[in-house]
Ligand binder design. Structure first.
Ligand code: HEM
Length: 155
């Protein structure tokens, strides 16, 4: 019962995290394509908010549920390959997020505050927007890999 509860929390965390990163990419691209400063600034503010709610919330649920379930089942987190590599991919994606995506988002958010009232969007914002999409797509890869590993559990 406790195991199922922890695994449910874990999977809810995966849904929140993976769902948020994929969907945010889609609607942020759509907002940017309007070229409308107020819409883009609003979208940028939501990127920050949804990151706190769903990305950080998802990571917390994944960690509590994943390590909790492993502990209840008597699984060594450094034992089975699927579990070890799943954690490795999780950390890799987190490193891309913390090292490349977050600094880019912070710069974008600062610039968006300046043009939120309808000013010009500087070229540096668009450079950061392209960089954010590029690394965002790359950072999703390891998460999808972790989903596959956790489900297929190859030996
Ligand atoms: C913090 C590192 C992680 C730990 C310690 C961990 C641990 C676990 C454990 C113990 C299970 C239960 C396996 C079973 O009942 O057979 C599980 C299931 C699962 N994990 Fe993770 N996990 C981690 C990260 C991730 C990540 C990053 C993802 C995907 C983004 C993920 C996706 C899943 C999925 C979809 C399941 C359900 C698989 C199934 O029931 O067949 N996990 N995880």
């Amino acid at each position: 019962m406790l195991y199922s509860l922890l695994k449910t929390l874990h999977v809810l965390g995966v849904v929140a995290l993976v769902g948020n990163v994929v969907v945010t990419l889609a609607w942020k691209l759509a907002a940017d394509r309007t070229g409308e400063p107020r819409v883009i600034a609003f979208g940028q503010r939501l990127v920050t908010l949804t990151d706190w709610w769903f990305t950080v919330g998802g990571v917390v649920l994944i960690a509590i549920g994943g390590y909790g379930a492993a502990w209840v089942a008597g699984l060594d987190p450094l034992g089975p390959h699927w579990l070890l590599w799943g954690q490795g991919l999780f950390v890799l994606s987190g490193a891309l997020w913390a090292g490349l995506l977050i600094p880019t988002q912070i710069r974008q958010a600062r610039q968006a505050r300046d043009f939120a009232a309808g000013g010009d969007i500087p070229a540096s914002y668009w450079r950061d927007a392209r960089r954010w999409v590029f690394w965002g797509v790359i950072a999703i890869g390891p998460l999808l890999g972790a989903v596959w590993l956790m489900i297929a559990k190859p030996a």
